[in-house]
Design a protein. Structure first.
Length: 462
């Protein structure tokens, strides 16, 4: 075990499992100032992470009482179990809840448990159960529902959405400033909240002018998002069909969601036994037993004519090559799943369109919980999204009590720079705020900022 300094003031967190998600959580949570202890059976994984970060590492089984005691479970605030085994994760949390007085989060990926998540969480007393495959499928489905979008983030249980799109050449917005959009009525019921241009993230003001190639994020209701995109001449119809390569858990979850909204689904999977399973689980889908990386097979199955294409093999390089091939031979909307993060700069240059990173979706949900737990009780973080490669954040707060930001017109609040109050959701109604609007108790408030580490709504004040 490697000792670390005790200079940081944060939560004491034990992470069981040092795979991709465990490593991502270690990186993010140490950055936010928390004390981390890692448990894994693989000494090399422990050594790699303790060499990289100021954390403690312990080799052993995370569900073992003695290993948890050695890791300091009695004084821990939170245990996060993200091993490859659902059952081990649930057992880790059960042992921890009996021994310590900490909150517990488990990763559970098996579709057999997916309908029992709320039951398991309640009966085992877990703070959260996370499913990266289901989260990745949900994100991919949102984008296929509105193919113009590169990313769609959901707030207030789907009442508000943040949509990101790339501004094409000769679009009606090009050369216009935000203030003129308001005067012309183009931006009615939407708020432009962030723009990336040449790797710079801008929280725009009224005099900001759009240029072709800008990555634009705006917030609105789902209905108003479609109206705005239609007004500026972009496609708003959901895809009619999709071709998925790879028949793993994410493919199953995605197919199930798409079939439910009337999208025709074709899955190409190499393993014959898995094909038979999928044909029983998804009787409405077409299941093809074959090699999805075979260009002739893809051609035969109609890649040229499909409206959307989602490579979900377990290998990032294959997914990227399949995406590039689909873009070359078809006009399909492509969503690419990538598990590793090492080459994100290169990946961005390839212009793959919509890219889904399951491990980052998972870590965002956990970081939101950790920040909420660490902050005051005046407001709770409900949702957190990292935007533009973590250079900006969109955070949803639920206002629980009176504070220095409630009841005061926004124009009178001394807000930090590079920050926008993007939306206020009050009794199911989305308010696109102006300077005269106020934040009130029971509101849900969405903040977009290039600052990091906000845990409480009052952090918006300078």
């Amino acid at each position: 075990m490697k000792k670390k300094s005790s200079a940081k003031a944060g939560l004491n967190i034990i992470i069981v499992g040092c795979g991709k998600v465990g490593a991502t959580l270690t990186e993010q949570l140490t950055k936010e100032g928390h004390d981390i202890t890692l448990i894994d059976q693989d000494p090399i994984k422990i050594q790699d992470l303790t060499n990289l970060y100021d954390v403690m590492g312990l080799v052993g089984t995370g569900a073992s009482y003695s290993v948890q005691m050695e890791a300091g479970i009695e004084s821990a605030d939170l245990i996060i179990a993200v091993t490859d085994s659902d059952e081990l994760n649930l057992l880790c949390c059960t042992v921890a809840k009996r021994v310590g007085n900490c909150a517990a989060i488990a990763r559970v990926r098996n579709p057999d448990y997916s309908d029992e998540i709320s039951y398991l969480r309640e009966k085992l007393g877990l703070a959260m159960i996370i499913n990266p495959d289901l989260s990745a499928a949900t994100e991919a489905a949102r984008v296929l529902y509105l193919p113009t979008a590169l990313e769609i983030h959901s707030f207030a249980h789907g009442q508000a959405e943040m949509v990101q799109f790339k501004l094409p050449e000769n679009n009606i917005l090009t050369g216009q400033d935000i203030a003129s959009l308001g005067r012309s009525g183009l931006s009615k019921n939407i708020l432009i909240c962030a723009v990336e241009r040449e790797e710079e993230v801008i929280i725009p003001s009224g005099d900001f002018q759009f240029e072709a190639g800008d990555l634009v994020s705006f917030i609105s209701s789902q209905v108003d998002a479609r109206i705005f995109l239609k007004k500026i001449g972009l496609q708003t119809n959901q895809v009619r069909d999709t071709m998925i390569v790879g028949g793993g858990k994410t493919a199953y979850y995605l197919a199930k969601r798409l079939l439910a909204i009337g999208v025709d689904v074709k899955i190409i999977e190499q393993n014959r036994a898995r094909c038979e399973e999928l044909s029983i689980l998804l009787p409405e889908a077409i299941i093809i037993n074959g090699d999805g990386t075979d260009i002739e097979l893809l051609k035969e199955e109609g890649i040229k004519y499909t409206q959307s294409f989602v490579p979900l093999t377990g290998i990032d390089e294959e997914n990227i090559m399949l995406t590039l091939h689909a873009q070359q031979v078809s006009n399909a909307k492509v969503v690419t799943k990538i598990n590793r993060f090492n080459f994100k700069g290169i990946i961005n240059q390839l212009d793959l369109g919509s890219v889904v990173y399951p491990r980052y979706i998972t870590s965002e949900a956990i970081i939101a919980y950790v920040r909420a737990r660490h902050a005051s009780i005046g407001s709770n973080i409900e949702t957190l999204y990292h935007l533009f490669d973590s250079r900006a954040e969109a955070i949803e707060f639920h206002v629980r009590e009176t504070s220095g930001v409630t009841g005061i017109p926004l124009m009178e609040l001394h807000l930090k720079k590079n920050l926008l109050v993007a939306a206020i959701i009050r009794q199911g109604r989305i308010i696109i705020p102006t300077g005269t609007d106020t934040i009130e108790i029971n509101d849900t408030v969405v903040i977009v900022t290039t600052h990091t580490g906000f845990g409480d709504l009052q952090d918006i004040l300078a």
